[in-house]
Design a protein around this ligand. Structure first.
Ligand SMILES: [Zn+2]
Length: 208
């Protein structure tokens, strides 16, 4: 073969090789782009899904992640502990705790649409929640039961404690979606022999 011819063939071969390489590379590039775009789109869909979290019961849009149930519980615990002296000044044997949806983590009232769900602690369903305080104390004997419950508001000492704790709870940022005023926090007083009653319902004794 003539040298000139060899060079011609070789360069043709090389050229072809380069072209193939370029084509292959181009396909690879297109595929990479495609999968990148698909990834981007999937991410967008995921973000939209994230934005579209909704309450399964009332269909309210859920966007918030805080406060969490544990942050709410900590704020309640902290508030009750701030009144340890007030509780003990009623009588040394007095104990203060709370029950209800924040204590158990679930709405218990069967009449409520959110029954079985976490209480509306982030305020996204516009439902509000309350804290059911209970006081185990010898003053129970001085309170006449009303429909089986001894309400704290019917004794001057527990009434005062109720007002003080209510004020403290209202100052906690984690509790901003609690019911306002009297609806937000009330106390039921129990005799010592009935102390198991609120506890059995998921109540937590905080000041003991
Ligand atoms: Zn809801």
């Amino acid at each position: 073969m003539e040298i000139a011819e060899k060079i011609k063939k070789l360069s043709a071969h090389q050229w072809g090789g380069t072209r193939k390489y370029q084509q292959k590379n181009q396909i690879k590039h297109i595929e990479e782009n495609k999968s990148f775009n698909e990834g981007e789109n999937k991410q967008k869909v995921d973000e939209n899904k994230e934005k579209e979290r909704r309450c399964p019961k009332c269909n309210a849009i859920w966007k918030k992640k805080t406060p969490t149930l544990s942050q709410v519980r900590s704020a309640v615990k902290e508030s009750l502990l701030e009144h340890t002296e007030d509780v003990k000044s009623i009588s040394q044997d007095s104990q203060l705790g709370y029950s209800g949806s924040v204590a158990t983590g679930k709405v218990g009232n069967p009449k409520k649409i959110h029954k079985g769900m976490e209480p509306d602690i982030r305020g996204e369903c516009g439902k509000r929640y309350d804290i059911d305080g209970f006081l185990i104390s010898e003053i129970a004997k001085d309170i006449r039961p009303y429909k089986g419950k001894r309400w704290g508001k019917n004794h001057p000492d527990s009434k005062e404690l109720e007002l003080l704790v209510r004020k403290t709870l209202r100052l906690k940022p984690a509790l901003r979606y609690m019911e306002k005023g009297k609806k937000g926090f009330s106390i039921v007083v129990y005799r010592h022999e009935d102390a198991h009653k609120p506890v059995r319902k998921g109540g937590l004794i905080i000041v003991s």
